[in-house]
Design a protein around this ligand. Structure first.
Ligand code: GRF
Length: 191
């Protein structure tokens, strides 16, 4: 069994979708949730699904490596899945999970990536640029924001009257459709 821990900072709709997808899966299971935001919606998703969840602050990640590492070890985490997770992971985590951390970015990297490019900021920037398309990028995580090896991209068209909210809806549809199966494919090639 590959054991996944999901990290998220927001509502957790991608986490919910992943939990649903992998429920009853023969080779992959979601075993825990981590958030850096104490009241993030993702904690409710964890409770609804009887999953253990922990709040780890940016300060703890930075100053107390033993605590997150110990938690991940106790959950026997094999892979970390970043689903709307806004913090840059510290180097010791990247080292502990080489090619085992997967992120979803709500735009077509390398465009609209990097520091500050998250959530609605991304969609706003895409709309303001006048781009005729956007999409999702699923990629491995390294020490830099949004620079790891790309595993998958999917595109959606943008109409001239789409606002950031409309783009976000289109992106969410792509995320729900593809994120679980891209993780499944990547992991099954490694099992
Ligand atoms: C998603 O669009 C994800 O790609 C982005 O933040 C959003 C998180 O939404 N980085 P949710 O918390 O999964 O509902």
């Amino acid at each position: 069994m590959a054991r996944l821990v999901i990290l998220g900072s927001g509502r957790g709709s991608n986490a919910e979708n992943l939990i649903r997808f992998f429920k009853g899966h023969t080779q992959i299971e979601v075993v825990g949730i981590i958030s850096n935001i104490a009241d993030a919606g993702i904690f409710q998703i964890a409770r609804d699904n009887d999953l253990p969840a922990e709040h780890i602050t940016a300060k703890t990640w930075k100053e107390n490596p033993d605590s997150p590492l110990h938690l991940l070890k106790s959950w026997q985490a094999d892979y970390l899945i970043l689903a709307g997770y806004l913090l840059l992971l510290p180097p010791y985590i990247i080292e502990a999970y080489p090619d085992k951390i997967i992120n979803i970015h709500p735009a077509l990297l390398p465009s609209f990536g990097g520091k500050g490019m998250y959530g609605m900021n991304v969609h706003q920037a895409v709309v303001e640029s006048g781009a005729s398309q956007s999409g999702i990028t699923i990629h491995l995580v390294n020490e830099e924001y949004d620079k790891g090896r790309i595993l998958f991209q999917a595109i959606c068209p943008i109409q001239s009257d789409d606002d950031a909210e409309k783009v976000a809806q289109k992106i969410h549809k792509l995320e729900y459709r593809y994120f679980p199966e891209v993780i499944e494919r990547y992991l099954s090639e490694r099992l």
